[in-house]
Design a binder for this molecule. Structure first.
Ligand code: GNR
Ligand code: NI
Length: 174
């Protein structure tokens, strides 16, 4: 397994729409292994393939708190079926939008249809943090980031800050 570099905003690749996976084969499984390792190394609870530059409809999630009892979940070609009309608010962050957080409203429960690590069809009912995380990751597959739900002003302030940070860290590489 390999820890990959996580792309950060502003980056056009993060705005790509990811493509359906035709078959869950060895290459996809290796990608899922690398994604999980990259996510754990970054202390995240979810990661979409596009965040490491691969435009495939694959996400990994682990919302377990206990570092010794890992509960990795793999979703290939996920589709959200029933969104609860009731909304839940979570303070969201994103590994591609480092050190920025905001309260975001999303449907509090949903059903997800997907293929698992072995390419088997599954349906999962999600609520709480899992429902929020799945929807956050599904947004990545459409090139959407949580900052897109903020006011134009808040969003542009965050992007400005991130591009400044990027420029100053690039300047260090001489
Ligand atoms: O690690 C993450 N935490 C988080 C917290 C609240 C809502 C969504 C998330 S996902 C994020 C990891 C990430 O950027 N996934 O794309
Ligand atoms: Ni994210």
């Amino acid at each position: 397994m390999t820890i990959k570099t996580i792309l950060t905003e502003p980056n056009k690749i993060l705005r790509e729409v990811s493509k359906l996976v035709e078959k869950v084969g060895k290459e996809e499984q290796k990608l899922m292994d690398d994604m999980l390792e990259t996510m754990y190394a970054a202390n995240g609870i979810g990661l979409a393939a596009i965040q490491i530059g691969v435009p495939k409809r694959i996400i990994v999630i682990d919302i377990s708190k206990d570092q010794y009892k890992k509960e990795p979940r793999y979703f290939v070609n996920p589709v959200i079926k029933n969104k609860d009309p009731q909304k839940a608010t979570y303070q969201e962050g994103c590994l591609s939008v480092p050190n920025q957080f905001a309260e975001i409203d999303r449907p509090s429960q949903c059903d997800v249809e997907y293929l698992d690590y072995n390419g088997e069809k599954q349906i999962l009912h999600a609520d709480g943090l899992l429902a929020t995380c799945i929807q956050h990751e599904m947004d990545h597959l459409e090139g959407i980031l949580f900052i897109d739900y903020l006011s134009k002003l808040k969003k542009s302030m965050i992007i400005k800050k991130l591009s400044k940070q990027k420029k100053s860290s690039e300047a260090l590489v001489i």
